[in-house]
Write a protein that binds this ligand. Structure first.
Ligand code: DSN
Length: 478
C-alpha cells in the first residue's frame, strides 16, 4: 500500500466529515496528533493498521444482520456473511480453535456470551430435557420459575481484581458478580504469583460451575493446563479471558501449557489490545458449546456490527502473517527491558518483573498513590493507567499501582534501548513527584506536586524518543 493512498484516504474522509460537522473532523485530527506525540504505555491499547481502520468506516455500518452466517433474521446479508465467515475462519486458523464467534462488541460482551453459553449448556438444556420440552416457552410456570432460580444461583471462581483479574470475572459491582455466587483466588502475598495449590483448594471447597482464568493486570504467564486439570477435578467448565494476551497467543509466544485455546472449553478475547485489531470482542470454543455461543445475539448482544467484523477479518489476516510472530516476541522483549530498566533504578514491581506485555509498578515505593502517579506521568507526556496491586490499601479508585504495557510502542517500532530510556523518564517523574495534603493537613490520595518545568522537559524527551518512530508514517493530513 503506497503512503500516498493512505494519506489520500484519510484526508478525503476528513474532508467529507468536515463538510458536515467540522468539530468532529478537528477532533479526529487532534487525536492523531496527540497519539503521535505521547508515549502510549496503556497495556490494553495499540494502533490498528490503516486497512483495519478503513474497513470500519463504511456502509457496512448501516446493515442489520442478527443471526449467524447463512441464517439471518434480515434479508440482504450476503456481504455481511462474507466478512463474518472470513473473520471466523481467520480466527479459527490463527488460534487453532474449533469454533469462533466474532460478533461481540467488546470483551465484556464476549464474557457475557460465554457465561450465558455455559449456563444454557449446563443448566438450561438439562432442565428442558428433564421437562421433555424443546424450549423455555414450553415450560410450565412452576418449571420456569425453578429454572430461573437455578440460573441465578450458579457459582464462578475467578481471579480477584486486585490480584490482576478483570472486573467481569465476578467483581460485585459488575453484572458478573451479581449473576453468579462468586469466589476469588488471589496470588501468593510473598511472590505475587498464582498459587495453583490454593486455586485447587478453593475449587474443591467451592465447586464452581465455571473456573475463570485470565487477567488484565497480572504480569506473568499462566499455566492453563494446570487450571484445566483443576476445573476437571471439580466438574467445572474452564473459561479463559485472554483479552490482554491474545496477541502473544496468536504470535506463538505463549504455547503449550501457556496457550489457553487447547486447554479451555471456552476462550474470550478483545480484538484491539495486543492482537492489534479493531475495538471488539470474540469467543472461541469447543464444538459442544458452539450452538449456544452462536446465540450471543440477541441473547446478550445487540445487532452485530458488520463494519467491525470486516475490520476483524482484516486484522486477523494481518495476525496470520509471519511478521506478527516477530511483533509478538518484541512486545515481550520490550516489556522485559522496561521492567529491567525500572528495577535497576530502584522501582518496586509486582512479581519482580514480567513474562508478558505488561509491568505493574507498585508506586507506594515512590510514596505515591496510583492516581497521583498516573496524573504526574500524564503531565509529562507519558500515558499510563492506575491499577490496583495485590491487597491494595488504596482500593480500586486511587490504587497503589501503575500498569504499563508495550504493545503500542512496539507497533511504532521502539525497541529495548528505547525501553530503557522510557524507564528513565518514568523513574524521573515518579521520584520528582511529591504527594500532596488535603486542606485539613491529612494526606491526599489525589493531590501532588511536580515542577512544571521538569514535566515539560520529560514531555519533550518523550517526543524526541518517538520522533524516530513516526506513528502512521503513511498518513499525512497536512
Ligand atoms: N479496559 C481494559 C483494560 O484496560 O484492561 C479491560 O477492560
Amino acid at each position: 500500500m503506497s503512503r500516498n493512498a493512505e494519506s489520500t484516504a484519510f484526508r478525503s474522509a476528513l474532508e467529507v466529515i468536515r463538510a458536515v460537522e467540522p468539530r468532529v473532523a478537528d477532533a479526529i485530527g487532534a487525536e492523531l496528533t496527540d497519539q503521535r506525540e505521547s508515549l502510549k504505555l496503556i497495556a490494553s491499547e495499540n494502533y490498528a493498521s490503516p486497512a483495519t481502520l478503513l474497513a470500519m468506516g463504511n456502509w457496512f455500518s448501516d446493515k442489520y444482520a442478527e443471526g449467524t452466517v447463512g441464517r439471518r433474521f434480515y434479508a440482504g446479508c450476503q456481504n455481511v456473511d462474507t466478512v463474518e465467515a472470513l473473520a471466523a475462519e481467520h480466527a479459527r486458523e490463527l488460534f487453532g480453535a474449533a469454533h469462533a464467534y466474532v460478533q461481540p462488541h467488546s470483551g465484556i460482551d464476549a464474557n457475557l456470551v460465554a457465561f450465558w453459553a455455559v449456563l444454557a449448556d449446563r443448566v438450561e438444556s438439562p432442565a428442558l430435557k428433564k421437562a421433555q420440552v424443546r424450549q423455555v416457552n414450553d415450560l410450565t410456570e412452576a418449571d420456569w420459575f425453578a429454572l430461573r432460580r437455578e440460573l441465578g444461583n450458579q457459582r464462578m471462581l475467578g481471579m480477584s481484581l486486585d490480584a490482576g483479574g478483570h472486573l467481569t470475572h465476578g467483581f460485585r459491582p459488575n453484572i458478573s458478580g451479581k449473576m453468579f455466587d462468586q469466589r476469588s483466588y488471589g496470588t501468593d502475598p510473598a511472590t505475587g504469583l498464582i498459587d495453583y495449590d490454593r486455586v485447587a483448594e478453593a475449587a474443591r471447597e467451592f465447586k464452581p460451575l465455571i473456573l475463570v482464568g485470565g487477567y488484565s493486570a497480572y504480569p506473568r504467564k499462566v499455566n492453563f493446563r494446570i487450571l484445566r486439570e483443576i476445573a476437571d477435578s471439580v466438574g467445572a467448565t474452564f473459561m479463559v479471558d485472554m483479552a490482554h494476551f491474545a496477541g502473544l497467543v496468536a504470535g506463538k509466544v505463549f504455547t503449550g501449557d501457556f496457550d489457553p485455546v487447547p486447554h479451555a472449553h471456552i476462550v474470550t478475547t478483545t480484538t484491539h489490545k495486543s492482537l492489534r485489531g479493531p475495538r471488539g470482542g470474540m469467543v472461541l470454543c469447543q464444538p459442544e458449546l458452539a450452538d449456544q455461543v452462536d446465540r450471543g445475539c440477541p441473547m446478550v448482544l445487540g445487532g452485530p456490527l458488520p463494519h467491525v467484523m470486516a475490520a476483524k477479518a482484516v486484522a486477523l489476516a494481518e495476525a496470520r502473517r509471519p511478521d506478527f510472530a516477530d511483533y509478538a516476541q518484541r512486545i515481550v522483549d520490550n516489556a522485559q527491558a522496561l521492567a529491567e530498566g525500572l528495577l535497576s533504578r530502584g522501582a518496586k514491581l509486582v512479581t519482580g518483573g514480567t513474562d508478558n506485555h505488561l509491568v505493574l509498578i507498585d508506586v507506594s515505593g515512590y510514596g505515591l498513590t496510583g492516581r497521583q502517579a498516573e496524573q504526574a506521568l500524564l503531565d509529562s507526556g507519558i500515558v499510563t493507567n492506575r491499577n490496583s496491586v495485590p491487597q491494595d490499601p488504596n482500593g480500586a479508585w486511587y490504587t497503589s499501582g501503575i500498569r504499563i504495557g508495550t504493545p503500542a510502542l512496539t507497533t511504532r517500532g521502539l525497541g529495548t534501548a528505547e525501553m530503557d530510556q522510557t524507564a528513565e523518564l518514568i523513574h524521573t517523574v515518579l521520584t520528582q513527584t511529591t504527594a500532596g495534603a488535603n486542606a485539613d493537613g491529612t494526606p491526599s490520595k489525589a493531590k501532588y506536586t511536580l515542577d512544571p518545568g521538569l514535566a515539560d522537559k520529560v514531555a519533550r524527551q518523550a517526543t524526541d524518543l518517538l520522533a524516530t518512530y513516526p506513528l502512521y508514517p503513511g498518513i499525512d493530513l497536512s
